[in-house]
Each structure stands twice: as structure tokens, then as C-alpha cells.
Design a protein around this ligand. Structure first.
Ligand code: FAD
Length: 517
């Protein structure tokens, strides 16, 4: 009965060019796996919704059964099965984005201080699509990004969405004006900070537990024309962290637009070492410039300053603008304590800058590590404990590198709305993202060993009392989740779940709740 319904729903919403059973089977297989490549769960069916009503119909149909669950799948870039539904329905949110015409819409709202601009985008749109549409058609773009843009709007808003812009413009969950959401009772609601605010904030960072985001309204701003992109190297974590924290607390008129950074191995390994630092168009890494006492792990601070065109077509004026922007960067970098001479700078277009991880993807696809398992670990660690974390984990356990980036950079808690569902460290204003983005290369350690090492890192965090939270948490059972959220937030999470998805139909791959009969 249920599958017959699903067949009809899928047929009604199938993109025209999808050749049938093979495409359906392929979609089913894709929905059974994710970027992590470590777990798999076969759904009963994949639904390709064309509208929010299709999403509502699928959820209502599941609610009428004794045990069927529903998972929205963005682009499947989770690493622990979060977008899967074993024996349930997977909603292919890309279909919702691809079938909507026009896919994105500009919304102009007149306000006291002048017009405000927004993009109305489907939940399954990729951030890359939002970027290209905004810049090409309107010369505008959102302020907050992820490093990699082939992630969906609904997927990152269900988690947080962070990158080097977060310290200044807030994470993506702080850059949304309105959401259209289909809740677990099959109702479609439009919510915002002023209309159904509880649902709005529940869904942001809500791990897909309260509703399926079918549309998001994202504020747009004038897009920069170019970006002054710079990387510098530190031998000491203390100096790196002091400078990074100073940069993220500068007043807006004296701040960069983007501050990130990563740890890397003091050696010539092409993935883990010095070659991972230079940027395209930048200088060569000369290890002779490293201080004599540099340890086994070094740090790279990455900053970017946006450059706006003032619409002067004149080449000379453009040259003046470039010179002024480069001089501003030099002035802002002057007080920093990085190793002089280990500076890598380039001017790149705004879209190129935001698309920089595409090059990494191309290379990883070539060498096979894109399709290999990705035992990633992402954490937020309070600034209070980050030096100790660096000593114990980065230098202590990961000094040989992880065959991928080890991001470690600060952001500000005041840029996150405490009403969202995201759990952050408790102490202080500054916390760090630590992202251990492991790419398995042939001949490296077995995946099980890497997973075990992630477990050991989490245990070390707990044993040492580090104020930390998992980002993209992966726990099993309510007690682990209760510890993750802490008493007050967990109570609120439970209340919101009872209100918006009382049968626990949604996002079973997060393994928080069991479907009620
Ligand atoms: P999926 O993995 O498909 O889904 C994630 C969760 O959200 C699932 O529980 C799913 O059910 C739910 N969900 C998906 N769509 C919806 C929807 N429309 N409504 C409600 N719930 C939904 N993250 C960052 O913050 N910053 C980064 O710089 C960053 N870089 C990354 C780089 C790479 C190469 C990869 C693989 C991931 C990166 N991520 C980053 C992580 C990324 O944000 C997460 O994987 C996130 O889950 C988004 O991926 P997705 O759109 O494929 O969502």
C-alpha cells in the first residue's frame, strides 16, 4: 500500500530526463550511502518532491503507517548516515530544487533605512547555485558561507554552516530571514523571528528533527569584486592563536572579511606538510625561513579582505583600488607575529575565492580519495581550552597529520542566536572550530583505526574537562544526546520534538529518537 503510493509520488515528481528503473535504483543506492562512506542504510523508497505539498504528502503518508520514517537528503555530504532512513522514505531535496522554476527569486523589501534584498531559494539548492545566481543576475550574494559550496541550503541550515566569514557575519544559521518548513505532522508553515519564532529557531541547527526546510529566505548584500587572499605561517600555537583571536575581535572597519587557519606538519609531505600552504598565484614555501626551534606542527593563518568595485570602468582607477586594498592588508598584517618571509598572497575574483575547495575536490576525485571513506571529526572547543587541546590532541596525537586539512580557527559566540538548536561550548565569547577532515589515501591507516582515534580524541576532551561540543554530532541513544545538549537545551529540544514531530518520523539517521508506533 505504502510503496504503491510512493511509486505514484515518485512518478509524479520524477525529473523528465531520468530514465526509469535504472535511475530509481541508482537514486536508491545513493540514498543508502553518504560522503562518509562508513555506514549504509537502504530506504524503502526515494521520493523526488517537486513541491512542498509533495513533501507534506510523503510525511503524512508515513504518519499513517506504524513505523515508517522520513529523511530529507540534501547532497548526502554527511559522514555518519545522518540523511539516511533505513526501511523508510528518503526525500531527495535536490529534486525539489531542480524542479522549481525559477529556482531562485529575488525579494525586495522596503525598509526605513532603504530597500533590503533577499533570495528565496529551495531547501535543496546548493550554495554554489545561490552564489552564481546572485552574482550573475543581481551583483549580490549572501554574507555567510561554508568552505565548500556543493552543500545544500537545507543541509547546512540544519547544522550551522561555518567558514572564515562566521566570526564577522555570523554562521549561516544567523543569516536567514524566513523559512518554509513541513513539520513532522505534515503541516507546511512559514516561520521567521517574528512569526512562529519557536519553529524557526528549532529548525536552525535542528539536525532535521523538527521539519523539512522547503524554502529559505537568505539576505543578500553587494557582492565584492575581488578578494585579497593571504596565508602566513606560525611556528608557535600560542602566537597563532593570539593573533587569530585579536583579528576576530577587531572593530568592523579594521577587520578582515574572512579569518581561518589550519595546523600542518613541519615536513615536505605533499598533503600534510609545507606544500599544503601556498595558494594559487602565491609564493613558494621556503622551509629555510622557519625558525630553528620550530616543532613538528606548524600553523597557517588565512585571511581575506573583500574589494568592492565603485563602478569606475577606468583601468587606472582599478589599479589604484587594487593598490589600496593590498596596502590595507599589509597594514592589518603588520602587527602580527608570523614568520616573516612565509607569506603567500594573491588577488582573486570573489567567485573564485569562494569556489577554492572545488580544486581540492577535483584532485581528490582524480586520486580516488573523494570516494574513499571519510572518518571526519568536527568539534567546537572553547578558547579557554584550545592551547591544551593543541598540546594534547594536535601535537600529541596527530603530529604526523591526518591526510587532509586540520582546521583550527576562532569564531564569536555572540554571532550565534542562543534560540537556535545548535549546541556551543559554555565558556567565554571565543571558541574554535576544529575540523579533522581525513581523506583516506591508499596505504594509509585502516578506517577502523581512524575511527578509533576519533573516539580517543573525544575521550581525551572529556577526561581533560575541555569545554567542547561536537559539530555534526554522531551519538546513539537519548542519554548521549542529552549530554551533548546539556540539561536546559535538551529539555527544550524534547519539548520542540513533541510539538513539531510527535511521532518521531523525521531524520532517523541522527539516531536521537525512535519512531513512535
Ligand atoms: P545532508 O548530508 O544530505 O543532510 C544533513 C542533515 O540535514 C540530515 O540529517 C538531513 O536529514 C538534514 N537535511 C538535509 N536537507 C534538509 C532539509 N531541506 N530540511 C531539513 N533537514 C534537512 N560544513 C560547514 O559548516 N562548513 C564547511 O566549510 C563545510 N565544508 C564541507 C566540505 C565537504 C567536502 C563536506 C563533505 C562537508 C562539509 N561541511 C561543511 C559539512 C556539511 O555542512 C554537512 O555535510 C551538511 O550535512 C550539509 O550537507 P548536505 O547538504 O549534503 O546535507
Amino acid at each position: 500500500m505504502m510503496l504503491a503510493y510512493m511509486d505514484r509520488a515518485a512518478a509524479a515528481t520524477e525529473p523528465e530526463d531520468a530514465g526509469e528503473p535504472a535511475a530509481a535504483v541508482a537514486a536508491g543506492c545513493a540514498a543508502a550511502t553518504d560522503f562518509g562512506g562508513m555506514v549504509s542504510a537502504m530506504p524503502a523508497a526515494v521520493v523526488r518532491p517537486a513541491t512542498a505539498d509533495d513533501v507534506a504528502s510523503a510525511i503524512r503518508a508515513a504518519a499513517r503507517t506504524a513505523g515508517l520514517t522520513v529523511a530529507a537528503r540534501g547532497n548526502g555530504h554527511s559522514v555518519a548516515g545522518q540523511a539516511m532512513a533505513e526501511g523508510g522514505l528518503v526525500l531527495d531535496m535536490r529534486a525539489l530544487a531542480l524542479s522549481r522554476r525559477p529556482q531562485m527569486q529575488l525579494v525586495v523589501v522596503s525598509a526605513a533605512g532603504g530597500a533590503r534584498y533577499y533570495a528565496d531559494v529551495p531547501g535543496g539548492a546548493l550554495w554554489e547555485e545561490v552564489l552564481h545566481w546572485g552574482v550573475k543576475n543581481h551583483g549580490m550574494a549572501p554574507a555567510s558561507w561554508t568552505d565548500y559550496l556543493r552543500l545544500t541550503v537545507g543541509g547546512t541550515l540544519s547544522n550551522g554552516g561555518v567558514s572564515g566569514q562566521s566570526f564577522r557575519y555570523g554562521p549561516q544559521v544567523s543569516n536567514v530571514a524566513e523559512l518554509e518548513v513541513v513539520t513532522g505532522d505534515g503541516e507546511c508553515r512559514v516561520c521567521s523571528p517574528s512569526s512562529h519564532p519557536d519553529l524557526f529557531f528549532a529548525v536552525l541547527g535542528g539536525l532535521g528533527q523538527f521539519g523539512v526546510i522547503t524554502r529559505a529566505r537568505i539576505p543578500l548584500h553587494k557582492a565584492p569584486q575581488a578578494v585579497q587572499w593571504t596565508r602566513v605561517v606560525y611556528g608557535s600555537f600560542e602566537e597563532y592563536a593570539a593573533d587569530a583571536e585579536w583579528l576576530v575581535t577587531r572593530p568592523a572597519e579594521a577587520a578582515f572579511d574572512y579569518v581561518e587557519g589550519f595546523a600542518f606538519v613541519n615536513g615536505d609531505d605533499p598533503v600534510n606538510g609545507w606544500p599544503s600552504v601556498p595558494i594559487p598565484g602565491g609564493a613558494r614555501f621556503d622551509p629555510a625561513l622557519l625558525p630553528a626551534g620550530a616543532g613538528p606542527v606548524l600553523y597557517c593563518l588565512e585571511v581575506a579582505l573583500y574589494q568592492y568595485s565603485d563602478d569606475r570602468p577606468d583601468d587606472e582607477d582599478e589599479e589604484d583600488d587594487k593598490g589600496a586594498a593590498a596596502a590595507a592588508v599589509r597594514r592589518m598584517m603588520a602587527p602580527l607575529k608570523y614568520v616573516r618571509g612565509l607569506e603567500f598572497a594573491a588577488e582573486v575574483g570573489y567567485v573564485d575565492f569562494l569556489s577554492r575547495v572545488n580544486r581540492v575536490e577535483e584532485e581528490a576525485r582524480r586520486n580516488g580519495s573523494w570516494d574513499a571513506p571519510h572518518p571526519w571529526l568536527n568539534l567546537f572547543v572553547s578558547a579557554r581550552d584550545i592551547a591544551d587541546f593543541d598540546r594534547t590532541v594536535i601535537k600529541g596525537m596527530l603530529a604526523d597529520g591526518i591526510d587532509g586539512p586540520m582546521l583550527i580557527y576562532p569564531m564569536l559566540k555572540s554571532k550565534w542566536d542562543p534560540n537556535t538548536s545548535v549546541a556551543l561550548p559554555e565558556e567565554g565569547e571565543i571558541f574554535y572550530l576544529v575540523a579533522l577532515l581525513r581523506f583516506c589515501r591508499g596505504g594509509g591507516p585502516a578506517v577502523d583505526e581512524l575511527v578509533a582515534q576519533n573516539g580517543a580524541i573525544l575521550r581525551a576532551c572529556r577526561a581533560n574537562g575541555y569545554d567542547h561540543k561536537a559539530y555534526f554530532p554522531s551519538y546513539r541513544g537519548e542519554s548521549e544526546w542529552a549530554r551533548h545538549f546539556g540539561d536546559v537545551r535538551w529539555r527544550r529540544f524534547l519539548e520542540r520534538k513533541a510539538l513539531y514531530d510527535p511521532l518521531a518520523i523525521l531524520a532517523p539517521g541522527q539516531k536521537i529518537f525512535s519512531r513512535a508506533p
